[in-house]
Structures are given as structure tokens and as C-alpha cells.
Design a protein around this ligand. Structure first.
Ligand code: NG1
Ligand code: ZN
Length: 529
């Protein structure tokens, strides 16, 4: 077939280095950008097949998120804006690792197994972040997609791409499938939410943003005019001079537990950092004694779920709300959510696809990784109940007001994936509506001191975990060694797991004193030996 001949010819332009093996990991393929040209081309092919199979638009995002500027990556986005289904992750790995002469066979194998009709039309949306390598790599994706209906969005944040894929496949019911449509929907919801908040001062509207020198900085600038001064942003690390994710951005701030370089913060000011593709956000401020206070994904989940629970009570709506976390969630947050707030808490494996999936099981599922990646999912039934109440003129004022707030909250949230810009607007709206300062938010509970570090080992795959990655099952004796260290500290918890995005093992420990540091240091030694 002519199509396959074309694949052969084009793939020669994007040759695979012999013997190179890569894995579709936690967030797609991710490694040094020099190794990715053939992967991009092949993911263009696979996205086209996925589109033919689902008869829907599929997304391809070229980004390596919070990784260093030299890295890049690619992931596929399914029709409703969610991560590609696991069976296709396997195809992705097979296709990426097929040697040059095996590529057609691997491709035909997918077509046969999925019974794909090649006559079906395809539509693929491609997005990229601001890395220097993203131009040529997204071109390689487009070569793979070829003339089968691909649409190139150019520079967008990861969540904007997910959003537009979802809009396209729901015939506009979720919104307009353009970047402007995204700005309009979110900003209108934000303005609706905050317009009745009395006496909002300029101070309360002010927020410092660290753009990580990435795509989020460009996009939040574009959005600002739509917000009509209801939020006054001061942008730092806007990409004009600094290097992407270097000493800045959400991952740096969360892991180092310190302020990013380049942000001029004064005591008590509310600040936030995005990551390199703007799907994560963390907040922070500097306390009176110059102490750094971090408000991570766990604090964000707590703030949002408290707000939603309160509105549900006011609206008299009986909807079940749950919070989904991972092993990295601070023990204090889990305790607060379960014991004080009395909401259901679930723990899943690391990686948004796991959290997203678990959150879908509830009327309202709030999910956040401690690193600031998360969103809220509303079931169809929940959305309908909220909408019905908001339009019911026979209901009393308090219930109606709460239902309207809930309705605008639904519109403000990007339910397809964690979204730094959407999460930021939601947090700002919640703080305004509840009349809370960042300090009051921070005081909801106190984090247990904790530390996360990474250790290079010969082969991280020898570590196998269970119980949502909180315990190891192999190598033999490792879990016992961890247990014997952890029991020396109070309220201590620790675990190790192989990273899905870097060639390292991650070590995490928390305890009710700074001794968590000793615990991770001792585990670091253990891993190295
Ligand atoms: P890995 O490298 O598998 O730990 C990291 C993050 C995940 C997720 C992915 C994708 C931590 C501890 N891990 O995964 O939460 O965000 O990257 O970007 O933050
Ligand atoms: Zn990211």
C-alpha cells in the first residue's frame, strides 16, 4: 500500500539508533532530546492509528515537563483529554523500540490486533513546550502524522492540549477547541466566582508567579487581559533570559523546599510556581522570620475539598466527595482529611493516570500529587444535579447561591488533567470567597518534616513495590531494612521506588522531627550499597 511505502521512506529520515531501548513510562517517553527523533516520528504514526481506531481526535504533547532543558519527551492524549489507555502504552513501547527494518511489521501488528480500518480518517492535535528541541521534534511527530488530518497547535501548555482534544471530541460541549476559547471559559468562570466577593483589595488580588522560564509564562500573559484586573499577576522567570526549570519552577520549589531564583518576594506575599509545561503548581510565602512556607499539592487538595464540601452542605446536595493521593502525600494531610474533614481518601501509584482513574469512581474526586499536579473530576450525574439546582428558581437563596458557585467552579476547572493556570485561578477564587490569607490556608494543618531524594543505582528495575508503592517486595530484605530504620523515629514513614521518568530510585521519608533527614540519608546509603 502507498501509505506503508510512505512510512518506509519517511522513517528513513528519522532513523532509530540501533539497540536503543526506551520505555513508555509514567508520562510517556522522556530522555535526552538527542535520542528522541525516531520516537517522535513513530508516535505520530501511532497517534494516527489511535485516531482511526477511536474515530476521534488524539493529542500528542511534546514536553519533558520539569526535566532539565536538554531533555524532551512525548505523550499521547486520548479522546476525552485523558492519558492514553494502558494497552496502547505497550504498542508505543513496541513501536519505539522496533529496529528500522522491523518498523513496518510492528505497525501492521498494531493495525491487525486492533482491527483498524486504514480508510478511516484521522485527526491529531500536536502541541509543544518552549524547549529548544521542541520545534524539530514536533516536526518529526507531524511527519509521522503526515497528511492524515493533523492539526498543529504550536506552543501550548500540556493541559491546554488535553483541553482542546476533549473539546474537539465532545463537539464543543466542553468548550471551544481553541486557546482563546480556553481563556474565555476559564476567565468568565473566575470573574463570576469572584464578582460578589465584597471589598477585595489590590493586595488580595496580587499574586507572584514563577513561570519556570517555560510555556506557562507565555500563556498566563496571554490570559491576563481576559481577567480584567480581577487578578494582578507579577510574573518572574518568564523565559526572557533564564533557562527552563533551572533553579526555578514547581519541582525545584517542592523538592528543595525553598524559593525559586529570580522571584522578588517580600514577607507574607502569596507566590506560586508552575513547572515547565504548566501542569503543576505549588504555592509558598516567606514567613515573618524569613522562614520558607510551602503549600504543595496536599495543601491545595485540602483547600479545594474543604471549599467544595462546604458548598455541597450549603446547597443541600448529597454528593460523595473523595480525595486521591499517592504515597508522597504528607501524613499530616491524610490524617487531616480523614479524621477532621471526614472525607474518603484513596492512595494510588504515582502518576496522574492512576489518580485520575481512581477519582472517576466518585461523584466528586479531588486528586493531587504532592508535587502539585492535580485537578477535580465531577461525575456527569453530579454536574447535572448542580446545574439543575442552580437553575431552580423555587429554591431558597442560600442553596441557589451555593449551587451557582459550584457551577462556576466546575467551569473553572480543567477536568482533563492537572492544569497550573486553572488550579491557580481556582485557588485564588477559593481564597477570595472564603476570605482567607495564605497564612490561614497554611495553618489548616502542619506538614510533617519530610525529605525526598534520588539515588543512582545500577538497575532500578530490580526494585518491585506493592501497596500503592508504599512497600517493596524485592529485592529480598530491602523492606525489612527500611522498617528497621523507620521504627527509630516517631510518626515516621518511608519508602523507595524506581522513578518512571528518570534513571533513579526515589527515596522518601517523613517523621515528626527533622530526623526525617537522617532517615533518608541512611536509606540513601542503603540504596548505594
Ligand atoms: P516519577 O519519576 O515516576 O517519580 C514523576 C513524579 C510524578 C509525576 C511524573 C510525571 C514525583 C515523586 N514523581 O514521576 O508525580 O508527576 O514525574 O511528570 O513527584
Ligand atoms: Zn509537567
Amino acid at each position: 500500500m502507498a501509505q506503508f511505502e510512505e512510512v518506509s521512506q519517511k522513517s528513513a529520515v528519522h532513523p532509530k539508533p540501533v539497540g536503543l531501548v526506551l520505555q513508555y513510562g509514567t508520562a510517556g517517553f522522556r530522555t535526552n532530546s538527542k535520542q528522541l527523533d525516531h520516537v517522535m516520528f513513530r508516535m505520530g504514526l501511532l497517534a494516527t492509528l489511535r485516531s482511526k481506531k477511536t474515530k476521534a481526535t488524539i493529542g500528542v504533547m511534546v514536553t519533558a515537563s520539569h526535566n532539565p532543558e536538554e531533555d524532551n519527551g512525548v505523550k499521547l492524549v486520548d479522546p476525552m483529554g485523558e492519558m492514553v489507555t494502558p494497552a496502547w502504552e505497550v504498542y508505543a513501547t513496541q513501536l519505539a523500540n522496533a529496529e528500522q527494518e522491523e518498523l513496518l511489521t510492528a505497525l501492521k501488528d498494531v493495525i491487525e490486533r486492533e482491527a483498524i480500518s486504514m480508510a478511516q480518517e484521522a485527526s491529531v492535535f500536536v502541541g509543544k513546550d518552549t524547549r529548544p528541541s521542541s520545534d524539530s521534534l514536533s516536526q518529526a511527530v507531524l511527519d509521522g502524522v503526515h497528511a492524515l488530518g493533523g492539526h498543529n497547535y504550536g506552543l501550548v501548555t500540556t493541559p491546554q492540549l488535553h483541553y482542546m482534544v476533549c473539546c474537539q471530541n465532545t463537539q464543543g460541549r466542553y468548550g471551544e477547541a481553541t486557546v482563546k476559547g480556553y481563556y474565555r471559559k476559564l476567565s468568565q468562570a473566575f470573574i463570576q466566582l469572584t464578582k460578589n466577593v465584597p471589598n477585595r483589595t489590590d493586595d488580595q488580588k496580587a499574586l507572584l508567579v514563577d513561570g519556570a522560564n517555560g510555556i506557562g509564562a507565555l500563556k498566563v500573559c496571554e490570559m491576563e487581559t481576559y481577567l480584567k484586573n480581577e487578578l494582578q499577576l507579577s510574573l518572574f522567570n518568564d523565559g526572557s533570559s533564564g533557562k527552563l526549570n533551572h533553579l526555578c519552577g514547581a519541582d525545584y520549589v517542592k523538592v528543595q523546599q525553598r524559593a525559586p531564583k529570580g522571584v522578588e518576594m517580600t514577607a507574607g506575599e502569596r507566590c506560586c510556581s508552575y513547572d515547565g509545561d504548566a501542569d503543576r503548581i505549588v504555592y509558598y510565602y516567606s514567613g515573618s522570620a524569613g522562614r520558607f512556607h510551602l503549600l504543595d499539592g496536599d495543601k491545595i487538595a485540602t483547600l479545594i475539598s474543604t471549599y467544595l464540601k462546604e458548598l455541597l452542605t450549603q446547597a443541600g446536595l448529597d454528593l460523595q466527595i473523595a480525595v486521591v493521593q499517592t504515597a508522597y502525600a504528607n501524613g499530616s494531610s491524610t490524617q487531616y482529611l480523614e479524621d477532621t474533614m471526614k472525607v474518603i481518601v484513596r492512595c494510588t501509584k504515582t502518576g496522574v493516570k492512576h489518580l485520575h482513574h481512581a477519582a472517576q469512581e466518585f461523584d466528586i474526586g479531588v486528586y493531587f500529587e504532592a508535587n502539585g499536579h492535580g485537578t477535580v473530576l465531577f461525575s456527569k450525574a453530579a454536574e447535572e444535579k448542580i446545574q439543575k439546582l442552580a437553575q431552580d428558581s423555587n429554591t431558597n437563596d442560600e442553596r441557589r447561591r451555593a449551587a451557582l458557585l459550584l457551577q462556576n467552579t466546575v467551569n473553572l476547572i480543567n477536568q482533563t488533567v492537572g492544569d497550573a493556570i486553572s488550579d491557580m485561578l481556582l485557588i485564588e477564587a477559593v481564597l477570595a470567597i472564603r476570605g482567607m490569607t495564605v497564612q490561614q490556608w497554611d495553618a489548616i494543618y502542619t506538614d510533617l518534616p519530610n525529605r525526598q531524594l534520588k539515588v543512582k543505582v545500577a538497575d532500578r528495575r530490580v526494585i518491585d513495590t506493592t501497596d500503592a508503592e508504599r512497600r517493596t517486595v524485592s529485592p529480598a530484605g530491602l523492606q525489612e531494612a527500611i522498617d528497621s530504620r523507620v521504627k527509630k523515629y516517631r510518626r515516621a514513614r518511608s519508602f523507595v521506588r524506581p522513578s518512571g521518568t528518570e534513571d533513579v530510585v526515589r527515596v522518601y521519608a517523613e517523621a515528626d522531627t527533622q530526623l526525617a533527614w537522617q532517615c533518608t540519608a541512611s536509606l540513601e546509603d542503603l540504596m548505594k550499597n
